[in-house]
Ligand binder design. Structure first.
Ligand code: PEP
Ligand code: MN
Length: 333
């Protein structure tokens, strides 16, 4: 059993819970998670969940046997709906984020923003801090890129999302974007998860390259426990033995996450497939399986893209994909 104290619980509240437990022979283990105090009870527990919940300053009493708690369906049976401006994610609608892998110039991101908006996208993606396998590859434009994207998003009425790679970058991302992306390589960077949770902006959490669904939901739990329930999960493919695609899109992760958790989940077919010919069918699969949206890479000249050209759709291909997705959404939701 784990007693989760409110962030604003006083020392008196915390001491009262501890002495109440000790008076009945229970030895609590006290932990801190940011501003929050967590009181664990190991072994025999003479209290009911209701009795503990009624104590002053207690926010939740959760069964520790379950690996994730506050992101679980049991904890919150209704779906979490994230609202960013006039975009809602998790309410049964379908949100399309689109844009380049990396923001390359002011002109590039404005051109892409105008185009994806004209095709019905609601969100603009673009990396300013890029996690590249090689230190010699383009690393992103940093703050300049974020500024270019903020302006392109504003001009075109698109919400923006960009990756935060390090705790030191959190204030910059908070300043410029509507939603912070924690990338696959950082899914278990627990300090970063805490920091983005404290920042309080919506977070898109991508599944790690070799992460299980349980690990993904536990990572989301870190963000949730740090203060931000506004989390969008993202299935972006996992590493398998298959060589014909960059990763393998785990399509079952979408209905499974929906069963297990109240958080919305979107699909990134671009990083899953690593090749542009599969983006449309995988996007349609995302709609069919109940995802809350997709995030797709597109570039006016993919062959000249600084990163992920092979998986980026040309504008005509993006238009075709968006039309097919919009038609399926209209027919099925
Ligand atoms: C990206 O979205 O550009 C990216 C690097 O994604 P991932 O973390 O899923 O590889
Ligand atoms: Mn990319």
């Amino acid at each position: 059993m784990l007693i989760v104290m409110r962030n604003n619980a006083t020392l008196k509240d915390i001491t009262h819970v501890i002495t109440t437990l000790e008076d009945r022979g229970v030895f609590p283990v006290v932990n801190k998670n940011g501003d929050q105090t967590l009181i664990g009870i190991a072994g025999k527990n003479p209290f009911t969940q209701e009795q503990l919940t009624a104590l002053g300053g207690v926010e939740d009493v959760v069964d520790e046997k379950k690996p994730f708690k506050r992101v679980s369906r049991e904890f919150h049976p209704e779906p979490t709906v994230i609202r960013i401006g006039n975009v809602t994610i998790g309410d049964g609608s379908f949100t399309t984020f689109a844009g380049p892998c990396a923001i390359e110039s002011e002109q590039q991101i404005h051109e892409i923003a105008r185009f994806v908006k004209s095709q019905g996208a609601q969100g603009l993606r673009g990396g300013a801090f890029k996690p590249r396998s090689s230190p010699y590859s383009f690393q992103g434009l940093g703050e300049d890129g974020l500024r270019f994207m903020r302006d392109a998003g504003k001009e075109n009425g698109l919400v923006t999302v960009s990756e935060v790679m390090d705790v030191r970058q959190v204030p910059l991302l908070v300043k410029y974007v509507d939603m912070m992306q924690v990338g696959a390589r950082n899914m278990q960077n627990f300090d970063l998860l805490r920091e983005v949770g404290i920042a309080g902006k919506p977070v898109m959490l991508k599944r790690g390259l070799s992460a299980t669904i349980e690990e993904l939901l536990l990572a989301a739990e870190y963000i949730y426990n740090s203060g931000s329930p506004q989390i969008v999960l993202c299935e972006r493919g996992i590493r398998t033995f298959e060589q014909s695609t960059r990763n393998t899109l785990d399509i079952s992760a979408i209905p499974l996450c929906k069963q297990l958790s109240h958080l919305p989940i979107i699909v990134d077919p671009s990083h899953a497939a690593g090749r542009r010919d599969l983006i449309k069918p995988l996007s349609l699969a995302a709609v069919a399986v109940g995802a809350d949206g997709v995030i797709i890479e597109t570039h006016p000249v993919p062959d000249k893209a600084t990163s992920d050209g092979p998986q980026s759709l040309t504008f005509p291909q993006f238009g075709e994909c968006a039309n097919a997705v919009n038609a399926l959404v209209a027919a099925t939701r």
